[in-house]
Design a protein around this ligand. Sequence first.
Ligand code: NAD
Length: 261
Amino acid sequence: MSGLGIFDLSGRAAVVWGGGGAIGSAIAETLGRAGASITLIDQDRDRVEAAAARLRDVSLACLALAGDATDREDCDRLVGQAVDRFGRLDICFNAIGGGAGKVLHPAEDYPIDAWDWILDLNLRSTLYGTQAAVKAMIRCGRGGRVLSMSSVRGQLGINAGYSAYVAAKGAINALTRQWATEWAKYNITANAIAPTFVDTPQVAMLLGDPVFKANLIARVPLGRVGSPDDLAGAVLFFCSDASSFVTGQVLTIDGGLTATQ
Ligand SMILES: NC(=O)c1ccc[n+]([C@@H]2O[C@H](COP(=O)([O-])OP(=O)(O)OC[C@H]3O[C@@H](n4cnc5c(N)ncnc54)[C@H](O)[C@@H]3O)[C@@H](O)[C@H]2O)c1
């Protein structure tokens, strides 16, 4: 295959965990426009239905499912429904997570309830969602793509009370390498993308603080924060045949921030 055909996802089926969220819904559209059938999964029924309606408005094939990715049986049920609907599963995009700005505590006193909440939201959801999806990919026997949302915080500390979030995203980076190693025999690749701040409602309050935003942008060589659209190219690469020989990688998408550290 040559040319842009290596990015074509026609005939493939994807599940997007957190598909009602800002990044999940934007990436679902990217995957759909590349030809994939999409199952959006989110615990917020209204958000996931609204995201699905936006995809259908532009004539993309999609299914919206409500469920809790921190519940293992729910994950198996949701993936089962996706496979029943589209007959196969090729792509698992993990976009559940965040919450860091809501629980800022000094590292030496980081409370265990906040720790558990952030680890469940970011890590357990990614683990259970991926396990359910990969079991289905193995059954389908056509290989597959796992792509997870990490963060630059998986590799960089930040002097702002982020202990649980950095632990969760660091674990996602490590798991990505482990999954790549174990699932290569099924021709399933596992990669992650690690942005700095992406302008979404989840970080709107922080980015709404002009001093915080000016300090942040001053450290980013390309001089701005990211947008969900900035992730689209990397997602298409990692979810398509373009990345057939790439696995276990964590790509920072950060305007050069980590290059300066
Ligand atoms: N926004 C940023 O600046 C930024 C930067 C780096 C990484 N990320 C990562 O990108 C991902 C998406 O971020 P976002 O800004 O789109 O967040 P978001 O809050 O808009 O989307 C997350 C979605 O996950 C859903 N969700 C939460 N818990 C769930 C569960 N247990 N089961 C099912 N659905 C659940 C929420 O309802 C929400 O719709 C997160 O992993 C986040 O850590 C975000």
